[in-house]
Design a protein around this ligand. Structure first.
Ligand SMILES: O=C(O)CCC(=O)C(=O)O
Length: 307
């Protein structure tokens, strides 16, 4: 039995459903460059607004649900397949990392092992889009000092993950497995101080965030809001930060968007479906893993237009 943190949700979970109609065919992949005229675009945006208004009729449909003991099939049926985010509590219970991963423990375990990280991020606003310019390599002992100083300057991110597989492997023994959702492949590590900030973007895969140490404030925005988010550059929004009056003054359409805000704490999982906008700010020293190795196909990135 799953517990969703919503009265509507718990009554819904006791209902039984029967299949009325199967889809006639698998959805076709989008053609590479389908011509879309501006009236067609306006109608598509109109439809998205109408659908969001309709979704808001039901608190169960319109809220971000929190779940405990969420089994594999329920996760697939209610969240993964419908592309619906969910906060999952308790699934990491018993992982030694939850107790162990303080800055001191990480420094002791990894010592002067060379790691790759993103550095000098406070110099300009384009630190995410110009990722390669910010790549640094140095001893973990130096990196952790920078991270403990706080701020957005130094951050081990998923982008550094391939380079850090061997260096961070001593930490693997502290992790458990999430076999109800994932295969056993390793996750991508994020380590940084209070104040790291990942600007507004969406991912080209479904993504599971697993918070280990510290807390992170997250803003999640449905794909239906895209036209208000100045989406010009790849998967990024020119709005950068929908909580910052500086950016909202430049992009007023982003002021009234539909959005969800939450704080991830140790032991929390957050499922972020492909295409959902999100921005992330650490509230304290933080370690987190992200996983894309779901038990089910995780597709879409192959034919993202303009890749
Ligand atoms: O934790 C972060 O700073 C960013 C995580 C994120 O946005 C992602 O994995 O897509």
């Amino acid at each position: 039995m799953n517990d969703f943190d919503s009265s509507m949700a718990s009554s819904a979970s006791t209902q039984t459903f029967t299949v009325t109609a199967q889809p006639a065919a698998q959805p076709a992949p989008a053609p590479a460059a389908a011509p879309v005229d501006s009236l067609a675009l306006q109608r598509r945006e109109w439809l998205l607004d109408v659908m969001e208004r309709q979704r808001s009729l039901s608190p169960h449909a319109a809220t971000l649900l929190t779940a405990q003991n969420l089994g594999s099939q329920h996760f697939l049926d209610n969240f993964y397949a419908p592309s619906r985010p969910v906060l999952i509590k308790g699934a990491m219970a018993g992982w030694p990392a939850l107790e162990k991963w303080t800055p001191d423990y990480l420094a002791e375990t990894l010592g002067d092992t060379l790691v790759e990280y993103q550095g000098g991020r406070e110099v300009s606003d384009d630190f995410e889009t110009a990722k390669d310019r910010h790549k640094r390599t140095g001893p973990f002992s130096e990196f952790i000092e920078l991270a403990q100083n706080g701020g957005n300057d130094a951050y081990i991110t998923a982008y550094n993950s391939d380079a850090n597989v061997a260096a961070l492997s001593p930490l693997e023994a502290d992790l458990g497995f999430l076999e109800q959702y994932l295969t056993r492949d390793h996750g991508m590590m994020w380590i940084g101080g209070a104040g790291t900030f990942t600007p507004l973007h969406f991912d080209l895969t479904n993504n599971l965030l697993a918070q280990v140490t510290g807390s992170k404030h997250i803003v999640l925005i449905p794909p239906s809001q895209t036209r208000r988010l100045a989406h010009r550059n790849h998967v990024f929004s020119d709005v950068h930060d929908v909580t910052d009056p500086y950016w909202l003054a430049q992009y007023p359409l982003a002021r009234d968007i539909l959005r969800y805000e939450l704080v991830l704490v140790p032991g929390d999982l957050l499922f972020v479906p492909i295409g959902w906008w999100h921005q992330v700010r650490s509230q304290s020293f933080s370690t987190m893993l992200t996983y894309t190795n779901f038990l089910w196909p995780n597709v879409g990135h192959e034919n993202f237009p303009g890749n």
